[in-house]
Design a protein around this ligand. Structure first.
Ligand code: NAD
Length: 253
């Protein structure tokens, strides 16, 4: 897979241990220029430094994906700087392990805004440029929680947001296909070593979760980023509206 002359914008790339940064590494080592966008400024700067230290090309941008104006201006600014955006990975996400009766309206809005409204804003912002170039790859981070119901670390709002993102992806896929733009989701199971568990993972919980995974281990960020790299590649141009499960067999449908 060759990403020479491709520009990729990845949201939620502000954690060196997270999925976003792993995607950035995969794309960068195959030649892409990567734009790391996250609400965490220090995080994206550290990520960009790492990539540039290895000879890659990276930009660090502070961005709150729930702020539509900021989103528009970041996209416009990056297109001015690097000429285009070929690939978007809507990876920024938050989860809360609340039970349905405990979820307040503001928590509901927070989880839905980051996980669902953010990808909508970014898709809207990049589409004019992708359409003009008649090329685009959009990959959205859903979750097994959106398919089988509440995960261990995400409540019903998280499941609703991720299931909503899958529907959004399918609709966008149909709408923009004639411009050479694909739009797909990946649905990871629990990925070890990431911050999404909010520090709630224990050794005991991990063993319990592993017992339900036919492949016998938690996922790793590279399991997810490699699949996304494929969907973001030129060769995946005939795949759109698809959801790729990355869960070790814990949910097969
Ligand atoms: N880790 C898992 O087990 C798992 C499983 C299924 C799906 N996912 C999804 O994968 C994606 C990446 O998760 P991760 O595990 O790397 O988590 P993570 O917490 O390490 O990374 C999420 C990133 O999103 C950023 N972020 C949060 N709110 C933001 C906002 N408003 N604007 C911009 N950035 C914001 C955070 O600063 C963080 O860097 C998420 O969408 C998550 O829901 C993760």
């Amino acid at each position: 897979m060759d990403f020479e002359n491709r520009v990729a914008l990845i949201t939620g790339a502000g954690s060196l241990e997270g999925i976003g940064m792993s995607i950035a590494r995969q794309l960068s080592k195959r030649g892409a220029t990567v734009v790391l966008a996250d609400i965490n400024k220090n995080g994206v700067e550290a990520g960009a430094n790492e990539i540039e230290g290895k000879g890659g090309k990276a930009y660090a941008v502070q961005l709150d994906v729930t702020d539509q104006k900021q989103m528009q201006s970041v996209v416009e600014e990056m297109v001015k700087k690097v000429g285009k955006i070929d690939i978007v990975v809507n990876n920024a996400g938050v989860s809360r392990p609340s039970r349905v009766q405990e979820i307040t309206e503001s928590e509901w809005d927070f989880v839905l805004n980051v996980n669902l409204k953010g990808p909508f804003f970014l898709t809207q912002a990049v589409l004019p440029y992708m359409k003009e170039n008649r090329y685009g790859r959009i990959v959205n981070l859903s979750s097994v929680s959106g398919k089988r119901g509440g995960g261990v670390f995400g409540g019903s709002h998280y499941s609703a947001a991720k299931a909503g993102l899958t529907g959004f992806t399918k609709a966008v896929a149909r709408e923009v296909a004639s411009y050479g733009i694909t739009c797909n989701t990946v649905a990871p199971g629990l990925i070890g070593g990431t911050d999404i568990t909010g520090g709630l993972m224990t050794e005991e919980k991990e063993q319990e979760i592993k017992r339900d995974i036919p492949l016998g281990r938690l996922g790793q960020v590279e399991d997810v980023s490699y699949a996304i790299t494929f969907l973001a590649s030129e060769g995946a141009g005939y795949i759109t509206g698809e959801e790729l499960d990355i869960n070790g067999g814990s949910h097969i449908d």
